[in-house]
Design a protein around this ligand. Structure first.
Ligand code: F6P
Length: 359
């Protein structure tokens, strides 16, 4: 995300705009004052290689209320801000769109309350420009192939799994590893492919309760596969579980349960590892630096192109090309995946995620 901030700030300056950084996310927008700081060219120097976000982020309860958004509108107008580029997941982007849809009402209210004058709002009153960049390690947003942070997280997971494999191979152990991703199996699946795991559990593709091939259920099927792999010479067994993985009854699949199965049925010496927030940290990989930089450029261009009539865009990446499609369409599609899983329509969930990839 730091690379995105750097890119937006520098391209904005180059295009004659005045960039500000809002510190601590929407909380800073509601708070105002020192939380909203003008950015110069040198302020973002060195940002490319830093993980996390230097300007901070926060889950803001205040911004979820209309009162909070009224304060946010006030602080923006006081600073002369007429466009907002938001980098986050579907929650942050929906929040931005809500602010945009309420904008005129909020400004009129501030004028009515005597907090702002008509002159102060002259060119900021009618329309707020919003552009979304998707920052999420989960890669769970529809309408884009990839989100900022996902590949860095994948690299971190792979490094960690490689390290686990040293112990696993020496002792001929099994490791059950839970990875992040909420209800999106992208990190788990990509990690499983990248390290050659033996088994993976994904929310979008719950294991069959009545396995067609090996036995009565996924437990039998998994045990059969793992023992086959050992017979073929594998010294380790690696099982990856996405944190949101479920079975076809929507019951969560827990690492400790899988461990018990491996120990009792196969007699494997098994350990559970939860990589936790290690997956979200550290220096970003080259692809994320590149992605955030080129998308930041496009975000500024989208601000300059925007009109009151066009819906707020989300900057994406599809088949290696930068895209700018309607933000709320992408959010809606993203929610449809979760809704399909909840309705046990797993095929639809897979197709919505990405019909090409999941094939
Ligand atoms: O959405 C990103 C993510 O890292 C998820 O993969 C994970 O479930 C969650 O955030 C962790 O959130 P927190 O840092 O609040 O525990």
């Amino acid at each position: 995300m730091n690379a995105a901030v750097r890119s937006v700030a520098r391209i904005a300056l180059q295009r004659g705009c005045v960039p500000f950084a809002i510190h601590e996310g929407y909380e800073g927008l509601v708070e105002g004052g020192e939380m909203i700081r003008r950015l110069g060219w040198g302020d973002v120097r060195g940002f490319l290689s830093i993980g996390g976000t230097v300007i901070g982020t926060a889950r803001s309860a205040r911004f979820r209320t209309r009162e909070g958004r009224l304060l946010a509108a006030y602080n923006m107008i006081k600073n002369g801000i007429d466009a907002l580029i938001v980098c986050g997941g579907d929650g942050s982007l929906t929040g931005a769109d809500l602010l945009r849809s309420e904008w005129k009402g909020l400004v009129d209210e501030l004028i009515g309350l005597g907090k702002l004058t008509l002159e102060e709002c002259a060119h900021l009153r009618e329309h707020l420009t919003i552009v979304g960049l998707v920052g999420s390690i989960d890669n769970d947003m529809s309408s884009t192939d990839i989100t900022i942070g996902a590949f860095t997280s994948l690299h971190r997971i792979c490094e960690s799994l490689d390290s686990l494999c040293s112990t696993a191979a020496s002792h001929q152990r099994a490791f059950v590893v839970e990875v992040m991703g909420r209800h999106c199996g992208w990190l788990a699946l990509m990690a499983a492919i990248s390290v050659g795991a033996d088994w993976v559990f994904l929310p979008e593709r719950p294991p069959p309760l009545n396995g067609e091939k090996y036995g009565e259920n996924w437990e039998d099927e998994m045990c059969e596969k793992l023992s086959q792999n050992r017979k073929m010479g594998n010294r380790i067994s690696l099982i990856i579980i996405c944190e949101g993985a479920i079975d076809q009854n929507l019951k969560p699949i827990k690492p400790d349960y899988v461990k018990t199965i491996l120990e009792t049925r196969l007699g494997f010496d098994t350990r559970v590892t939860n990589l936790g927030h290690v997956q979200r940290g550290g220096s970003p990989c080259a692809y994320d630096r590149y992605l955030a930089t080129v998308q930041g450029v496009e975000a500024v261009e989208a601000v300059l192109r925007s009109t009151p009539e066009t819906p707020a865009p989300m900057i994406g990446m599809n088949q290696h090309r930068i895209t700018a499609g309607p933000l709320m369409d992408a959010v809606k599609l993203t929610h449809e995946v979760a809704d399909s899983i909840a309705a046990k329509d797993f095929k639809k969930a897979m197709d919505l995620r990405d019909p090409d990839f999941t094939r």
